[in-house]
Design a protein around this ligand. Structure first.
Ligand SMILES: *Cc1c(COP(=O)(O)O)cnc(C)c1O
Length: 381
């Protein structure tokens, strides 16, 4: 049997097509969740299927002891899209962030010869993963209970509070933050705050690192959410969820300042950047080239419609990463609302305990958006 770690919803999906899912009884659903932002190009996109099938039929995996064309091509593409330099491929978001943390510490140790200059600052309400170290980075107590002791070398400061960050001293080597806090409830950080963080990082030579596991690869209407901020370039950024359209792939991209910090033997991942995942990602980026220009507008439309719905408050987010606080007096808990919507044929997510979160595939059509919003309005008006 499966270990009971998820509190799964009472449905078994067996197939999908674009923004639609089908359960074992043939019931049709509209997908406003995309497997938590993973199915960025929807289900079974013909170009994606072709790329995966061809690569799987030729060579799926070699390990990182050898060069591969798909990984090299994908790294070039990601460097170009992000404006950064060197890519390390892993398999998941947590593993990507683990890499960022190692990168920051080694950068600092190499340069300052001080192993105590190793603290990574993260934010309250953040989420960075479920490994013991990324849990230590995660600024939410709810994920911590039962799992102490954690990896030392993390402090959490309140989001949008520059003074709290300024007070920190010589033990710090990096700041890691989500441009939009996803699991914490879909809360965009203030652009002014991120600008101030970037300035402070430059001044004190702390690495500025963005966890774009959820916000990256087109989710917010730009290739990376930091590109919404006008000119801010981090030292490194992590990505995962949507990159390979359903196959496991994550990693991080380092800018010039720290692109050469990790040397042979410093970091590795057996499955990381396997050929079949990278071939899938190359297809995803090609498909998104076309879908990306309308993501911002589609998201703005959904948010404006959510504003009209009673008991859904403070619709927020960017592009197709959207949150709205559920008024429990009107709808019950966010989870209860999601169960009701699922019964009505609309697949949605929760975030931060009290919010509805919508992350449709980035290729969703206007007609499908209206159909989904129709279900939402029917269900809860
Ligand atoms: C989902 C998520 C992670 C963890 O990713 P996994 O693939 O589950 O390890 C880390 N950071 C952010 C911002 C995420 O949204």
């Amino acid at each position: 049997m499966l270990m009971n770690t998820y509190g799964r919803f009472p449905v078994t999906f067996v197939s999908g097509e674009g923004s639609r899912l089908f359960d074992e009884n043939g019931k049709k659903y509209l997908d406003f969740a995309s497997g938590i932002g993973v199915n960025s190009v929807g289900c079974a996109h013909p170009k994606w299927v072709k790329a995966v099938a061809e690569q799987a039929g030729r060579l799926a995996h070699t390990s990182n002891l050898y060069h591969t064309k798909p990984a090299a091509a994908l790294a070039e593409k990601l460097a170009e899209l992000s404006g950064l330099s060197a890519v390390f491929f892993a398999n998941s978001g947590a593993e990507a962030n683990e890499g960022l943390i190692k990168l920051a510490r080694k950068y600092s140790h190499d340069k300052y010869g001080d192993v105590n200059r190793s603290t990574v600052v993260t934010l309250e309400r953040s989420f960075h993963g479920r490994t013991v170290t990324t849990l230590a980075a995660t600024g939410q107590e709810v994920f911590h209970k039962n799992f102490a002791p954690f990896t030392p070398g993390f402090v959490h400061v309140p989001p949008n509070d520059t003074a709290a960050l300024k007070q920190l001293g010589g033990e710090v080597c990096a700041v890691l933050l989500e441009v939009i806090q996803g699991e914490g409830g879909v809360f965009p950080l203030n652009a002014d705050y991120i600008k101030a963080v970037a300035e402070l990082c430059a001044e004190r030579d702390w690495l500025l690192m963005f966890d774009e596991v959820q916000t990256g690869v087109g989710r917010t209407g730009k290739w990376f959410a930091f590109q919404r901020l006008g000119g801010i370039l981090p030292d490194a950024v992590s990505f995962a969820k949507g990159i390979a359209g359903g196959l496991p792939l994550g990693g991080f991209i380092a800018g010039k300042k720290c692109a050469d910090v990790l040397k042979p033997g410093d970091h590795a991942s057996t499955f990381g950047g396997k050929l079949v995942s990278c071939a899938a990602a190359l297809a995803v980026l090609e498909i998104l080239e076309e879908a990306l220009p309308s993501v911002e507008e589609k998201g703005a439309y959904i948010r404006s419609e959510l504003h009209k719905i009673k008991g859904l408050n403070n619709a927020r987010g960017a592009g197709l990463m959207i949150g709205a606080t559920v008024d429990a007096a009107v709808h019950g808990s966010a989870r209860e609302l999601v169960v009701k919507l699922l019964e009505s044929g609309l697949v949605c997510l929760t975030a931060g305990g009290d919010s509805l979160r919508l992350m449709p595939p980035l290729v969703i059509s206007q007609a499908e958006i209206d159909e989904g919003l129709g279900i939402l309005k029917n269900e809860i008006l």
